[in-house]
Design a protein around this ligand. Structure first.
Ligand code: PLP
Length: 456
């Protein structure tokens, strides 16, 4: 238990602030980590202590902290037109520019982009578009959406339902109807004894097809997937997985939705994870690195097929009755546009490709550690899974909280990482240098050894 001084920021946080994804009792005991500034890959706490932000916040601050150009873009736009909306045929100039830019960057031909403020809102919009689309085509029964176990697509009522993690459902009375979860394609965890990666991918595809047939293909509207699952533990799909799945979706006329909220804008070494895994989505959601997360903005891209149905239905009904007060807000739009400009000018893809091999090498170095069951990753995202028994892959009992403890011990070493159960995730700012990658994993090594000592 930390000593929390009366009237300190920590005491006031405990008194007044309800945190997401937090054990409230533990928070009352330990208090918050209060960050006050950031520069590059580092953030500083209220006592001036520096930490490497190994998660870029929440997989999000792609350009690192303190990027002046994004600040200036926001200030310029605030002075010019600090707010406008996109309802009833209106928009601001910068929002038009951003829409055009995004459609130009899309990994497959896309027709239009709809703006929202968060990944959850983007995916919530996706669900509504899918249902609207099915109704527009006169297929009122075709409404089910297939997500996957361990997927993360957000926390609104509908997107938390898509999310395939128990803590997002438990005691929230979720998931809602018409959302189904297919198997999680994690070879290390769910591959069977003697099953090759290719056989595992085939089994995953077969079980998806079985699920579609059991539900009735005329009731299944869409399948949603992150190219690499993030918050489920950084799960890179087995080779061939998406190549096997996409023809099945085509066969049953099921829309494919790529959730690029983490993978979008360079994380996997291409502009979109869809390029890395050869995905051909009908709908694509993005957020986070779109604005380097300096201001909230997200987008939903739809292809011409989806747009045409939506277009005709909006004319028939009189409107596409959806939109947020802050959809296409000019200030985050200006920041996003500047972010995309910086990606181009500094060739962010070349930067990611040049440091990713060092990042992946460093991750793999931990494979021999007695606590480590699996290291996995692609591009500049990865995870290290801790296990009780390396040989049998037996996990620690959840109540031991080994992952949580490891993250805490890393924090003591000046590294912020994220424990997803007993996997430690890494998703640093895309601007990280090779030397900084070395330093990040040196700190991790110390945290891991301290965890090893704690476990024993
Ligand atoms: N989709 C993915 C893949 C995510 O990782 C996240 C958040 O981490 C979301 C959606 C939800 O985004 P938000 O937290 O902005 O609502």
């Amino acid at each position: 238990m930390n000593q929390i001084k009366p009237n300190s920021l920590a005491a006031r946080d405990i008194a007044y602030h309800l945190h997401g994804y937090t054990n409230a009792v533990r928070h009352e005991q330990d208090g918050p980590l209060i960050l006050t500034e950031g520069k590059g890959i580092y953030v500083h706490d209220e006592n001036g202590r520096a930490y490497i932000e190994g998660m870029a916040g929440l997989w999000s601050v792609s350009l690192g902290f303190g990027e002046e150009r994004l600040v200036e873009a926001a200030v310029r736009q605030m002075k010019k037109l600090p707010y406008y909306h996109t309802f009833t045929h209106k928009t601001s100039s910068v929002t038009v520019e951003l829409a055009e830019k995004l459609i130009g960057l899309a990994p497959v031909p896309m027709s239009k982009v709809f703006f929202a403020n968060s990944g959850s809102e983007a995916n919530d919009t996706v669900i509504k578009i899918v249902w609207y689309y099915s109704n527009a085509l006169g297929r009122p029964k075709k409404k089910k959406i297939i997500s996957r176990q361990k997927a993360y697509h957000g926390v609104t009522v509908a997107t938390a339902s898509l999310t395939g993690l128990p803590n997002n459902h438990r005691d929230f009375d979720l998931p809602i109807a018409n959302i189904i979860h297919a198997d999680c394609p994690h070879y290390y965890r769910f591959g069977k004894e003697g099953e090759s990666e290719a056989q595992f991918a085939q089994r995953m595809a077969d079980s998806l097809e079985k699920l579609i047939l059991a539900e009735g293909p005329d009731t299944v509207a869409a399948f949603i997937a992150e190219p690499v699952m993030g918050a489920g533990g950084v799960i890179v799909p087995p080779a061939g997985y998406f190549d096997l799945i996409q023809p099945i979706l085509k066969k049953y006329d099921i829309l494919f939705i790529a959730d690029e909220v983490i993978c979008g804008f360079g994380r996997t070494g291409n502009m979109f994870g869809s390029e890395t895994f050869k995905l051909k989505p009908d709908i694509l959601s993005c957020a986070k690195a779109l604005s380097s997360s300096y201001l909230p903005i997200s987008g939903v891209m739809i292809n011409e097929k989806v747009y045409q149905a939506l277009r005709d239905n909006s004319a028939k009904i009189g409107t596409f009755g959806h939109g947020f007060t802050y959809s296409g807000h000019p200030v985050p739009a200006a920041v996003a546009l500047e972010t995309l400009k910086i990606y181009e000018e500094r060739n962010i893809l070349a930067q990611v490709r040049s440091v990713a091999p060092a990042f992946q090498r460093e991750l793999k170095r931990f494979a021999d550690h007695p606590l480590v069951g699996e290291t996995r990753g692609i591009g500049l995202v990865g995870a290290i899974e801790l296990v009780k028994d390396k040989r049998t892959k037996e996990p620690f009992a959840p109540q031991q909280g080994v992952g949580f403890q490891a993250a805490k011990l890393c924090q003591e070493q000046g590294l912020i990482t994220r424990a997803i159960m007993d996997s430690l995730a890494f998703c640093p700012p895309l601007i990280i240098t090779e030397a900084e990658i070395g330093e990040m994993f040196r700190r991790f090594a110390k945290g891991l050894d301290a965890t090893w000592a704690w476990v024993r």
